[in-house]
Design a protein around this ligand. Structure first.
Ligand SMILES: *[C@@H]1O[C@H](CO)[C@@H](O)[C@H](O)[C@H]1NC(C)=O
Ligand SMILES: *[C@@H]1O[C@H](CO)[C@@H](O)[C@H](O)[C@H]1NC(C)=O
Ligand SMILES: *[C@@H]1O[C@H](CO)[C@@H](O)[C@H](O)[C@H]1NC(C)=O
Ligand SMILES: *[C@@H]1O[C@H](CO)[C@@H](O)[C@H](O)[C@H]1NC(C)=O
Ligand SMILES: *[C@@H]1O[C@H](CO)[C@@H](O)[C@H](O)[C@H]1NC(C)=O
Ligand SMILES: *[C@@H]1O[C@H](CO)[C@@H](O)[C@H](O)[C@H]1NC(C)=O
Ligand SMILES: *[C@@H]1O[C@H](CO)[C@@H](O)[C@H](O)[C@H]1NC(C)=O
Ligand SMILES: *[C@@H]1O[C@H](CO)[C@@H](O)[C@H](O)[C@H]1NC(C)=O
Length: 441
């Protein structure tokens, strides 16, 4: 691989150190319709010269020129001379409209085979197309074809180059031509060479790799672009931190402040602007929630499924910041409700007392979590014979409670006081899905 890259750099440095590729046509009506290109000399720039031809029409000559020429030519009433210094920039010279903004890349376009790899014709692709170059060996020669292709065609072609569709003629003696390289890329003129298939090393794990002229770009699943796209993208203190870098909900690594630990957390990046660290989620009863204080302190379950994150992590992630608490509920009949409580915090271990303000939402009122405001977190082993036992749960009980989201997971819709209930929403009906999350303000 290293050898390959060095070889390419060596070849291009022989041809030109810093040369521009410019449109190259004479007597055309509009520079952007010129399909021929030329590599300028190192001290040349792209040039447009507007003039009037023998029939009185305004026409353009486009090509390369020494930069001093542009400023020296005299400007008659209907002539213009302008220079510019980026590839193909003379498409828009002398105030002409240039290429439209909604377009695909300008690609080398030599669909018939050429042997030396230098193509002087270009085509401007459609917005859903990319540049392609194909290198084959024929009779010992390297031959190239290039042009615009649809992105899907390109992917298919790369994945399974041997796929053959059509009638089969039994001729095992026929040896197929050897395809040495097949490259697709999306930058202007990126299909000049075949050797530089930067994406071949598969650098974008969670995204699509696009070969550029000099390098590659990853178009990541989270709609960012960069050199890599690996999930977890990076770790943060909480999901609010990662909202900067991803809009995709999922499981990410977190390093809660003050704890020398990395934990997996499910981040909800879409609900009401995202950035929610999910600390309780139940949806099918696969995890037992009737557990002791040590389990509730350290957490149990799985960030990909049902989970209680752990009081010590919730405390670590909310104790130094102003956070809000959000509860989302889904009933057996599919109806939903939510509450958002401002100023959510817990007191330190061992009580983990709940502190919240009155909520906004569709299940607000006094017969919900707000009733538990100021209560300590109780489990069957730190409150034997108390509310945790009675309601088969672990919660902020204070003369018990009107909510019990860590209660027993009954068939959704059935009525049980010790089930997953939230009185403000569905009375003592067991809920189908419950989710609790916090977000730093
Ligand atoms: C352009 O003009 C400058 C000074 O005005 C002169 O030095 C230069 O040689 C001219 N270039 C050409 C190509 O005429
Ligand atoms: C591609 O770009 C990256 C960063 O911009 C650089 O580190 C790397 O060396 C480049 N690779 C090549 C082959 O040019
Ligand atoms: C996200 O942005 C905030 C505020 O701009 C910053 O404090 C925080 O460090 C950023 N987090 C990451 C992971 O970049
Ligand atoms: C953090 O944990 C690692 C491994 O568990 C340990 O090597 C390191 O010393 C710890 N750092 C601190 C500051 O406690
Ligand atoms: C709490 O439960 C866990 C898991 O069931 C168990 O390993 C642990 O010993 C229990 N702790 C106490 C204090 O009972
Ligand atoms: C519950 O959902 C989890 C995660 O989706 C799955 O692995 C598990 O099999 C489900 N359990 C039941 C009882 O449906
Ligand atoms: C913590 O809970 C215990 C009972 O479990 C109670 O006696 C104590 O007052 C509580 N502490 C605070 C600060 O609420
Ligand atoms: C909650 O609702 C009240 C009144 O309905 C409103 O004044 C307040 O701004 C809302 N708070 C939030 C955080 O949405």
């Amino acid at each position: 691989m290293l050898f390959g890259i060095c070889f390419v750099l060596a070849v291009s440095s022989i041809n030109c150190v810093h040369c521009l590729t410019c449109l190259y046509c004479t007597g055309i009506q509009s520079p952007r319709h010129c399909n021929y290109v030329k590599d300028c000399k190192p001290d040349e720039v792209c040039n447009v010269h507007q003039t009037t031809n023998a029939y009185g029409d305004v026409v353009f000559d486009v090509g390369c020129a020494h930069h001093s020429v542009c400023s020296n030519r005299t400007h008659g009433s209907k002539t213009c001379d302008s220079c510019c210094t980026t590839d193909l920039c003379n498409a828009a010279g002398c105030g002409m409209i240039g290429y439209p903004s909604a377009r695909g890349p300008a690609c080398y376009n030599c669909p018939a085979q050429i042997t030396d790899g230098t193509c002087h014709v270009i085509d401007v692709c459609g917005s859903n197309e990319v540049c392609m170059i194909n290198e084959k060996r024929e009779f010992g020669d390297k031959v190239y074809t290039s042009g615009c292709v649809g992105l899907t065609h390109c992917e298919l072609h790369t994945i399974d180059i041997s796929q053959i569709i059509g009638r089969s003629i039994s001729d095992h003696a026929r040896s197929l031509t050897e395809t040495v390289c097949h490259k697709c890329c999306h930058d202007d003129l990126c299909n000049a060479h075949c050797e530089t298939v930067f994406c071949a090393s598969n650098p974008c794990e969670y995204g699509t790799c696009i070969n550029g002229k000099e390098n590659y770009t990853c178009i990541c699943d989270n709609s960012h672009t960069g050199r890599t796209c690996s999930v977890p993208i990076q770790s943060g203190r909480d999901c609010k931190d990662l909202r900067n870098v991803t809009h995709i909900s999922g499981v990410y690594n977190m390093q809660p402040e003050g704890l020398n630990e990395t934990i997996e957390v499910y981040c909800d990046m879409t609900t009401d602007g995202g950035g929610w660290t999910v600390f309780q989620h139940r949806f099918n009863g696969s995890i037992e929630f009737f557990r002791n204080m040590s389990s509730y302190e350290n957490g149990f379950g799985d960030a990909h499924g049902e989970i209680w994150l752990g009081l010590k992590y919730i405390y670590a992630m909310t104790s130094n910041a102003n956070s809000e608490l959000r509860i989302d509920l889904i009933a057996a009949d599919g109806s939903t409700a939510y509450e958002v409580f401002p100023n959510f915090r817990l007191s330190a271990s061992p009580n983990y007392t709940l502190h919240i303000d009155q909520s906004n939402g569709t299940a607000n009122g006094n017969l919900g979590l707000f009733y538990s405001n100021g209560a300590s977190f109780l489990t069957y082993d730190n409150d034997p014979g108390g509310c945790a036992d009675q309601f088969h749960g672990a919660w902020w009980y204070h003369m018990c409670s009107w909510s019990n989201l860590n209660g027993k997971y009954y068939a959704p819709g059935s009525n049980h006081d010790d089930g997953t209930v939230y009185h403000n929403f569905k009375g003592s009906e067991s809920l189908k899905e419950t989710k609790m999350a916090f977000r730093r303000i």
